[in-house]
Structure formats: C-alpha cells, structure tokens
Design a binder for this molecule. Structure first.
Ligand SMILES: O=C(O)c1ccccc1NCC(=O)[C@H](O)[C@H](O)COP(=O)(O)O
Length: 213
C-alpha cells in the first residue's frame, strides 16, 4: 500500500520516516500553512534522502505553474499535489510545463457525494487523486475525517489516496471500511504542526502490518 506522510519540515525526520516504511513524503509549499517550507529547505531535505527510494511530493494551492515548476526543479520533486481549487485546465497546463514523469496528484476536499463526481473530471489530466476532509477555513492538515460512508462505491479508475484525520488509532478501521489503495497522514502523526512524532509513525506502520496480514 502507498503510504504518504505529509508536512515534513526536518531532514532527519524525513529520513527516519522513509526508513520506517513510508513510500512518499509531502512538503507543504503553501505559505499560509504552519508546515510551510521554502524551496531551499526542500532541497536540503531531499538531499538527505539521497539513496532512499521514496516519492517526494510538493503540496501547492492557488499558485502559478511557473512557481510549481521552479520548486520541482530546485527541490528535485517527483510529484506535485494540488490542494486548492485548481481547475482541470490548470492541471493540463501544468502537465505541459513539468518534466516528463513528474506525478500530478489532485486533492479533492469532500463535503458531499457530488464532490466525488467532480473528482472524475480530473482523470484525463492527473495521475492520482487524493480525498481529504472539507474544512471551511483550512485547506489541509486539519485532522478532520471525511465521511467514509460516501466512499463505498468510489472506484475512480486511477490510483487514489485517502487523507483527512487518519491516525494510528483509526487507520485499521479506515482500511477495513474504505479499502483505499493508498493513505496520507499529517497531523495524526505529529507532536505539533510540522514536528512529526516518530513513535506515532512507528505505531502506524505496526498497525498497517497487522491490517495486511
Ligand atoms: O498540512 C497543511 O498544513 C496543508 C496546508 C495547505 C494545504 C494542504 C496541506 N496539507 C495537505 C495534506 O496532504 C495533508 O496530509 C492532508 O490534508 C491530511 O491532513 P491531516 O488531516 O492532518 O492528516
């Protein structure tokens, strides 16, 4: 299963989380976030990951394709997550500007079943969908779960990640109920915003092993 841990701000925590079994790390490139990191910080964190096989995803919202492409280059990112209200056309334009092979993930903040229909519009222009909880004042990292009952029939025809309020405590229930191909966690494995709790990350991977065995 794909496991993305998002909101990494410290090189040593990124390396430790990669070694615990994460398949992707997320770096928040949204200046209003308490987990925001600059291009240079991403560069240093990615350098510390050299030799480790792990996806490196920049998380953006409401910015320009030029800024995204620059961060991808400076930070040697393997993927870009769009976490705002980016349109299908924007994703298409971004694809033209990105180097070949860079993954595009589109986050959909799910308030109602109609949001899942909207998700399908992005299929021609993105590689992966990420379903997150809707919050009126925050874009992400909210610690809130979405209504998993809405996802019983969600089979978009592309890879997707379940996000929103996942923790070592609720992860087994989420997997049993939703059966997502991948998961994304941030605040559920943190001491404070941007400061990951490695004991919680280890507990997460322990619970995941129990879920698949
Ligand atoms: O995490 C943030 O601070 C953030 C800010 C602005 C846009 C996106 C953001 N996070 C995106 C993520 O992928 C989080 O992992 C996702 O929202 C789940 O967060 P959580 O509910 O805390 O597990």
């Amino acid at each position: 299963m794909r496991v993305k841990i998002c909101g990494i701000t410290k090189p040593e925590q990124g390396v430790a989380i990669a070694n615990l079994g994460a398949t992707a790390l997320g770096f928040i490139c949204v200046p209003t976030s308490p987990r925001y990191v600059t291009d240079l910080q991403i560069q240093q964190m990615v350098q510390a990951l050299d030799g480790l096989l792990i996806d490196r995803i920049g998380v953006f919202a409401h910015t320009t394709t030029e800024i995204i492409c620059q961060t991808v280059e400076v930070g040697r990112l393997t993927g870009v997550q769009l976490h705002g209200e980016e349109s299908v056309e924007f994703c298409d334009r971004l694809r033209q500007g990105l180097p070949e092979g860079v993954e595009i993930l589109k986050a959909i903040r799910v308030k109602a079943a109609t949001d899942l229909d909207k998700a399908k519009d992005y299929l021609p222009v993105v590689d992966t969908l990420l379903l997150d909880a809707y919050h009126p004042g925050l874009l992400g990292g909210t610690g809130q779960t979405l209504d998993w009952n809405l996802l019983q029939q969600f089979k978009p025809g592309c890879p997707w990640l379940l996000a929103g309020g996942l923790t070592p405590e609720n992860i087994q229930g989420a997997i049993a109920q939703v059966k997502p191909p991948g998961i994304d966690l941030s605040s559920g494995v943190e001491r404070s915003p941007g400061d990951k709790d490695l004991a919680k990350v280890a507990e997460l991977f322990f619970k995941l092993k129990l879920s698949v065995s």
